[in-house]
Design a protein around this ligand. Structure first.
Ligand code: FES
Ligand SMILES: [Fe+2]
Length: 316
């Protein structure tokens, strides 16, 4: 289950997507169903009834906030506990539950832990920009036809900025670049992942890029005395299919009327990346020895080492 992406906390969907109807969401090859129980909590179950395997997402929510299977009407709460088996008053409900994932609501996002039946060892490490109540946030969503590792590496890759993003966030690099310029990546491991700075000819732009393992990138954009961040949440859906949620957070222009403008800009930057990322092959980032790399690939090589040494090898 969740092959190559097991036993991690991941952002999954914007909470506002979970309404009064069951929501089917793919995560690392598994179909999940999300729904909101009567007390407002969001539940995430494997989208397969433990009785005869029907998709629970075809069912509906009952008055008491349970998810009712469309086939024989078994009812499950947000923790997956069985709350009723019609026509079988003697059924032992305790042993007839559905498979549930641990769920957290953080800021505007629903996070899940990619394991069924095991308690997570800790809480998700979330960039503060995604939860700080003092910030205004905006979101755009995209789907790319690629393996999530290609999309994640793209988010951690500074040397593509003056090429792919020459008219947007790479414009400053582009204007400063000379034929003999060099980019050095200063990388620092942290307990939750790592932090990179890109120096062009020894000059630090002040931008800081963070990898919050496994699949969140935060870019701190330097504006004097301000907080301005872009967060790329790279969510594996199915083989060859990745969902992106790009969040922007800021402590200025906090009026909600400005959010569509910031969201549009973040969407444009993501759209600039799509063609090159989708064109990259093989689909999944290969081990480092199978591609040619150079000094400015330091951050993406660090991701690749984490992916192969830790995340991919730990699947259940
Ligand atoms: S398959 Fe779900 S209740 Fe029978
Ligand atoms: Fe990019």
């Amino acid at each position: 289950m969740f092959e190559g992406f097991a036993n991690v906390w991941t952002p999954l969907v914007l909470e506002r997507r979970v309404g009064r109807r069951p929501l089917r969401v793919m995560l690392a090859g598994e179909a999940l169903v999300l729904f909101r129980s009567a007390d407002g909590r969001v539940g995430a179950l494997i989208d397969r009834c433990p009785h005869r395997g029907a998709a629970l997402s075809l069912g509906h929510l009952t008055e008491d906030g349970c998810l009712e299977c469309p086939f024989h009407g078994w009812r499950f709460d947000a923790d997956g506990a069985n709350r009723g088996v019609p026509l079988n008053p003697d059924a032992k409900l305790a042993s007839l539950g559905a498979a549930a994932l641990p769920v957290r609501r953080i800021g505007e996002l629903i996070w899940v832990y990619t394991s069924v039946g095991t308690a997570p060892p800790g809480e998700p490490t979330v960039p503060t920009g995604l939860s700080d109540p003092g910030l205004a946030r905006c979101y755009v969503e995209r789907e790319w036809d690629c393996h999530w590792t290609r999309a994640m590496e793209n988010m951690l890759d500074s040397p593509h900025l003056p090429f792919v993003h020459r008219r947007t966030i790479g414009r400053v690099y582009r204007s400063r670049m000379k034929p003999d310029s060099r980019m050095d990546i200063a990388w620092e491991d942290t307990p939750w992942g790592g932090r990179a700075r890109a120096l062009l000819d020894g000059e630090d732009s002040g931008g800081v890029l963070e990898h919050h393992r496994p699949n969140v990138m935060t870019l701190h954009i330097p504006i004097r005395g301000r907080r301005f961040e872009i967060h790329a949440l790279v969510i594996p859906a199915e083989p060859g299919r990745t969902r992106l949620i790009v969040a922007g957070s800021r402590d200025f222009a906090r009026c909600r009327l400005f959010s569509p403008l910031f969201a549009w800009m973040n969407g444009r930057i993501a759209d600039e990346d799509m063609a090159v990322v989708e064109s990259s092959g093989p689909d999944e980032c290969p081990p480092a020895s199978q591609e040619r790399s150079v000094a400015s690939d330091r951050a993406t090589l660090r991701f690749r080492k984490y992916y192969y040494d830790e995340l991919r090898s730990s699947h259940t």
